[in-house]
Ligand binder design. Sequence first.
Ligand code: FE2
Length: 165
Amino acid sequence: MERIEWTADLNLGIDVIDSQHRNIVDYINQLTEAIETQQDHEVLSVLEQLASYTIDHFVFEEELLEKAGYMEQEDHSELHRKFESKVYAMMTDFVSGSDPFSIARRTRNFLQMWLISHIRKEDAKYVPSVKKVIGRQQGWIESALKRIFGNADNNEDVYESPYQA
Ligand SMILES: [Fe+2]
C-alpha cells in the first residue's frame, strides 16, 4: 500500500495548521504500516490515536476560525461533524467486525481521500481570513495548543513558535 507523501500543495502557509495536518498524514501512514504487518491490536491503537488527534485538530481549527471571524465557520464545522460521525461508525464496525483488516483498509482509504480533499478544497478557503489575524494570536495559539492537545506524544511537533529562538 502506498504511503502519502506530503507535497507542497498541501501546505496552507499557516504553520500551526500545516504541522497538525502533517501529523495526521503521519498517522495515516502508520495505519498503513500496521495493516501491512497484520497486527490487529496495533491497527486499532493507531486508528484510535488518529481519530483522537484529528478531533483535537478540528477543535483547534474551529476555534481559530472563530478568532479569525471566518464567515463560513459554521459550514466548515458542519463538515468536521459529518467526518467525525463517519469515523465513529467505522470504529464501531471495526470493533464488532469479523475482518478487522478489510475494515481498517476501508477506513484508511476514506481518511486519506477525505482529509486530502478537505485540506485542498475547504481548508484552503479560510487561509486569507486566518492569515489576517494570525500574527496577533500567538499567545492564544500557544495556550490553545496546551489546552486542546494536552500532553499528546506529538505535541511538540504541533507547533513551533516563531518567537522562540
Ligand atoms: Fe477543516
